[in-house]
Write a protein that binds this ligand. Structure first.
Ligand SMILES: Cc1cc2nc3c(=O)[nH]c(=O)nc-3n(C[C@H](O)[C@H](O)[C@H](O)COP(=O)(O)O)c2cc1C
Length: 305
């Protein structure tokens, strides 16, 4: 009998939402004879709080964006090499969640060398910049990104701007009776199995995974309206994050004061600049059409829409 194909699933989830997506995804692989799935949960040495206290939530962004995560417990793997690694992650402040960054910076990330990696993202709806960071960290580890699957919150962008932070800060998915529920729809979590089934078929019929497996399946959907906002917000997080870390080195009180200022600045920005820039972009769209199409194609790689 042929040796089974080895798949490693690495994941970190706070509420269990991403765990559920990953579980549906790997279910067809686990059920297949000839595929062995090893699941490793990345564990922070000190767990992050959930729900998040208000200040702690916002105060996490400088180190998250500057890729200076809290340490994780050393993950232990049964094998040195795998036929496929599935990296399931959530997005924090347009960056990978800290435990994922900590893993990708650790010596244990050597398991990724020369190995096909599939990223599986479950987040509110802004994942483009985080995936750019993950791509770079994978490249530094000598890994090959072959596919990317993304599932986002069910409600509209405007609604989830309120519902997701409320969920994170209160622990309640339905923050108020007049608000839609936060999070990814159950049907979308279950849909993970459709991609898992294709991956299973590829693993069982191919010697090695060299090319995307999930093209033409709607693995990702790039929201073109968010490309500019994500780039601008990432830049703002980066600059203010640097300033906040410098303030913290002088005094924690100074860091807290500047953070309060930034939160006020951010809310004003979102309520004014974002709607205005959306209108301007709409007006300019006939001229920007080709550029936007090229950007959409770029961000939808490697699996495509
Ligand atoms: C600190 C923090 C920052 C977040 N920032 C983003 C973000 O920038 N973009 C986004 O789409 N979702 C963001 N989210 C939502 C998460 O990606 C994710 O949907 C949520 O945390 C639930 O994931 P879980 O499976 O870990 O519970 C953030 C969540 C947290 C806790």
């Amino acid at each position: 009998m042929a040796t089974p194909k080895k798949v490693l699933l690495l994941h970190y989830s706070q509420t269990g939402q991403l765990d559920s997506l990953a579980a549906h995804f790997v279910q067809p692989l686990q059920a297949a004879e000839g595929i062995e799935v090893e699941t490793v949960r990345l564990e922070p040495q000190t767990p992050y709080p959930f729900p998040w206290p208000f200040w702690r939530f916002f105060d996490t962004f400088p180190e998250t964006v500057h890729l200076q995560p809290q340490p994780i417990r050393t993950p232990v793997f049964r094998h040195e090499r795998y036929d496929l690694v599935i990296l399931a992650y959530t997005v924090w402040f347009l960056s990978p969640a800290q435990p994922i960054t900590a893993f990708l910076q650790s010596p244990q990330a050597a398991v990724l060398r020369d190995t096909p990696v599939l990223t599986l993202i479950g987040c509110r709806n802004m994942w483009l910049m985080a995936q750019e960071t993950v791509k770079e960290l994978l490249r530094q580890n000598g890994a090959r990104l072959v596919d990317n699957v993304v599932k986002i919150d069910a409600c509209s962008s405007a609604a989830s701007f309120i519902t997701t932070p409320l969920w994170m800060l209160s622990g309640r998915k339905k923050g108020a009776s007049w608000l839609p529920e936060a999070g990814i729809a159950l049907s979308e979590l279950v849909d993970g199995a459709r991609f898992g089934a294709r991956v299973r078929d590829c693993l069982l019929t191919q010697d090695t995974i060299d090319a995307p497996m999930l093209t033409g399946m709607g693995a990702v959907k790039v929201n073109e309206r968010l490309i500019f906002s994500e780039k601008a917000a990432k830049r703002s997080f980066w600059l203010w994050g640097r300033l906040l870390m410098a303030c913290g080195r002088i005094s924690p009180v100074l860091r807290r004061g500047v953070l309060a200022l930034y939160i006020a600045f951010l809310i004003t920005l979102i309520l004014t600049v974002v709607p205005v820039s959306a209108v301007v972009k709409k007006l300019l769209s006939p001229w920007l059409k080709e550029r936007i199409a090229a950007q959409k194609a770029y961000f939808s790689q490697p699996s495509g829409e």
